[in-house]
Design a protein around this ligand. Structure first.
Ligand code: NAD
Length: 493
């Protein structure tokens, strides 16, 4: 096996102080694909010290927007020259089909270039205040040392979404990938070093959530924590971040509705509904994991959807033409399978899939045949809880009012889609859906230009777009006195 994957702290590639290592497992066959160093609390403390010293020194935050833009473009250029290499590594570590990994690399490049382009655009505000001799304005400044924690479902893309705006704004950072998928993050940091991001600006710490992640959330010298992951973890991070009242942004879980009215082309709606739930093996925060069908098309729709779902090409991610791959880990597969048992016990009707695939080519990997549960009722656990796998819960509605009620009957509010040729109705429904990312007559397409984030228990704050840059800045008001006089408050004696 090749060299142990290292952390990048203060411009040096280092092993964890504890000397511990972690095996990285490929989900396609359960084999060890790499070993990486396993950081702990003390490694975070060292990385934070480097990030703080670098921020306080001031050289980085005083680089011009054009200098930072050139660095971000440099990272994007290097990624663009190595798309196949990054995609293959992501597929090896995460299991997703090569087509998906390749798309993720393109998205990461787009995100880096978007923020490279945004940072030298006009920003700030100027106010007309009641005193004609005072000029009042607002400028945006970097926050300081940021901590970033990301999950395993889009390892490289999540790193790009987090690092690009953070560095664009002039912060320094301690970044933690998921312990399950550290490989593309290590390669990305190699690129950060190659393009000349100064030592101490961007630091990579590898390790578990309970140790490295917890210290990032707690550390008193980190002024902002940005997290993407499950809602339960998000709650822990929010609690841990209270010590120094960190600025916080949370991109959490979802249980998003995909609503189909009977006036929309059935074949096309089936196609989108499949994409909504089964892309990335259903391991998508914004997945359309609740399908709401109008009663008039319910049976015909489900018959066609089950027929097409059974024909999805499931294969190892690097196989030609693979459409779905394995789930991320054995533990996660078992969690998903346990939800399928719960669905059966709750009385939902399983139309297809819902079992571990055991044919010889799948036997050692974590493959689950995509499952559709019909006849679900609003309070079933498979309707209310995020499964984060290829499991769809289908409900029937009669009219617009019922569709909206069911769509909002959840603690989450990340995403939602509606299909209807009646644009007025589609607009009424989507406006009534309490979610941050929505579509009409589509599901999933999103771009770095537009904000990403949820209502309710799906999170706090927004990534991407101009909002995503704002999340990494402090707002400062500056008042300039143009008059030569005194304050006039106390008599001069
Ligand atoms: P997770 O919450 O288990 O882990 C996410 C990250 O948090 C990992 O790096 C993990 O090591 C770390 N972590 C775990 N416990 C921690 C703790 N106590 N303190 C600090 N860090 C800790 O999530 P996951 O299983 O990796 O990812 C799946 C979840 O992520 C799903 O719920 C999904 O919806 C969510 N997600 C959300 C978005 C979004 O944009 N809203 C995007 C992708 C994934």
């Amino acid at each position: 096996m090749s060299e142990i994957g290292k952390m990048y702290i203060d411009g040096q590639w280092v092993l964890a102080k504890s000397g511990k290592t972690r095996d990285v497992i490929g989900p396609a066959d359960g084999q060890i694909v790499a070993a990486v160093t396993e950081g702990d609390k003390e490694d975070v403390i060292e990385a934070v010290a480097a990030a703080k010293a670098t921020f306080d020194k001031g050289d980085w935050r005083r680089t011009t927007p054009n200098e930072r833009a050139a660095l971000l473009h440099g990272i994007a250029d290097k990624l663009a020259a190595r798309i196949d290499e990054f995609a293959a590594l992501e597929t090896l570590n995460n299991g997703k089909p090569l087509r998906d990994s390749t798309y993720d690399v393109y998205d990461s490049i787009d995100c880096l270039r978007y923020y490279a382009g945004l940072i030298n655009k006009p920003s700030g505000q100027k106010y007309a205040v009641p005193n004609p001799d005072m000029e009042a304005m607002v400028v945006r400044e970097p926050i300081g040392v940021c901590g970033q924690i990301v999950p395993w479902n889009y390892p490289l893309m999540m790193a790009a979404w987090k690092l690009a705006p953070c560095l664009a704004a002039g912060n320094t950072v301690v970044f933690k990938p998921s312990e399950l998928t550290p490989l593309t993050a290590i390669k990305l940091f190699e690129i950060l070093e190659e393009v000349g991001i100064p030592a101490g600006v961007a630091n990579l710490v590898l390790g578990a959530g309970a140790t490295v992640g917890q210290e990032i959330a707690e550390n008193m010298d980190i002024e902002k924590v940005a997290f993407t992951g499950g809602t339960v973890t998000g709650r822990k991070i929010m609690t841990a971040a209270t010590g120094n009242l960190k600025n916080i942004s949370l991109e959490l879980g979802g249980k998003s509705p995909c609503i189909v009215f009977d006036d929309y082309d059935l074949e096309k709606a089936v196609d989108w509904a499949m994409f909504a739930i089964f892309c990335n093996q259903g391991q998508v925060c914004s997945a359309g994991s609740r399908l709401l069908l109008q009663d008039t098309i319910y049976d015909a729709f489900l018959e066609r959807m089950a027929e097409r779902t059974k024909r999805i090409r499931i294969a190892k991610g690097d196989a030609e033409g693979a459409e779905m791959g394995p789930l991320i880990s054995e533990a996660h597969m078992n969690k998903v399978l346990s939800y399928i048992e719960i669905g059966k016990e709750e009385g939902a009707r399983l139309l297809c899939g819902g079992y571990r695939m055991t044919e010889p080519e799948f036997a050692d990997g974590y493959f689950v045949a995509p499952a559709i549960f019909a006849d679900c009722t609003p309070d079933m656990r498979i309707v209310q809880e995020e499964i984060f796998g290829p499991v769809l819960a289908v409900q029937k509605f009669h009219d617009e009012e019922e569709a909206i009620f069911l769509a909002n009957h959840t603690a989450y509010g990340l995403a939602g889609g509606v299909f209807s040729n009646d644009l007025s109705r589609a607009m009424r429904v989507i406006k009534a859906v309490r979610a941050g990312i929505t579509w009409i007559n589509a599901y999933h397409p999103t771009y770095p230009e537009a904000p990403w984030g949820g209502y309710k228990q799906s999170g706090i704050g927004r990534e991407l777009g101009t909002f995503g840059l704002d999340e990494y800045t402090e707002i400062k008001q500056i008042n300039i006195n143009l008059a030569p006089g005194n304050s006039g408050w106390f008599e001069i004696r």
